[in-house]
Design a protein around this ligand. Structure first.
Ligand SMILES: CC(C)(COP(=O)(O)OP(=O)(O)OC[C@H]1O[C@@H](n2cnc3c(N)ncnc32)[C@H](O)[C@@H]1OP(=O)(O)O)[C@@H](O)C(=O)NCCC(=O)NCCS
Length: 179
């Protein structure tokens, strides 16, 4: 367990159509960037714990701002913000970031790549992640993607299980070594 994962809530059985912990999911707008940056950095720092080759850069905060600003405005990208309810109303408690990439040699010709999916710990294990995954997949399909892929650290077994449950399987692998 990592410091990012302190509050493991009892699993509830999510309904097939809506998460058990309701959130309000919507397209992110530029005004969400200050709320999204800390979430994105929490995810990158979690990734860093899985592998030293995923060390977070000192300027990651500025990079996150820049990347989010560009992708929120990019019609080939999808950035969805999950707002909480009740006391967390109007607070962004999670997000998903994805983009459509061309596959020059393979069919289908366009893949939707899920780059980040993150929920604050209190919102996990209630089907919200699956809901985000379903919605981002639909948004990617609407932008022309014929296949959806996900990038995450090879050591992140929760992510592997999360995606496997929704029918994802490994098709390529990135192997790395320092130079
Ligand atoms: C990955 C993440 C978005 C999943 O969201 P979630 O709302 O917790 O997931 P769901 O409740 O929809 O769970 C769906 C399935 O994923 C798997 N899963 C999710 N969390 C798990 C955990 N802690 N341990 C084991 N399996 C888990 C299970 O198969 C689960 O189905 P089940 O509840 O019937 O067992 C969330 O755990 C998260 O934000 N994690 C930190 C960031 C991260 O690792 N992102 C992925 C890499 S980019």
């Amino acid at each position: 367990m990592t410091p990012d994962e302190p509050a493991s809530h009892p699993a509830e059985s999510p309904s097939p159509s809506a998460p058990a912990a309701p959130i309000h999911l919507r397209a992110a707008v530029a005004g969400d960037i200050p709320a999204l940056v800390p979430l994105l950095l929490r995810l990158k720092r979690l990734n860093e714990e899985f592998d030293p080759l995923l060390k977070v850069r000192d300027d990651a905060d500025a990079q996150a701002r820049q990347v989010l600003r560009a992708q929120i405005a990019d019609p080939k990208a999808v950035v969805l913000a999950a707002e909480g309810i009740g006391a967390d109303k109007d607070k962004v408690v999670g997000f998903v970031r994805a983009l459509v990439r061309e596959r020059p040699f393979y069919a289908p010709e366009h893949e939707g790549v899920i780059l980040d999916i993150y929920l604050l710990p209190l919102y996990r294990r209630r089907g919200v992640g699956e809901y985000l995954l379903r919605e981002v997949s639909l948004a990617l399909k609407a932008r022309g993607a014929g296949v959806v892929t996900a990038e995450f650290p090879a050591q992140n077994e929760i992510a592997a299980r999360f995606y496997a449950k929704r029918g994802f399987r490994p098709i390529t692998a990135i192997h790395a070594r320092s130079l």
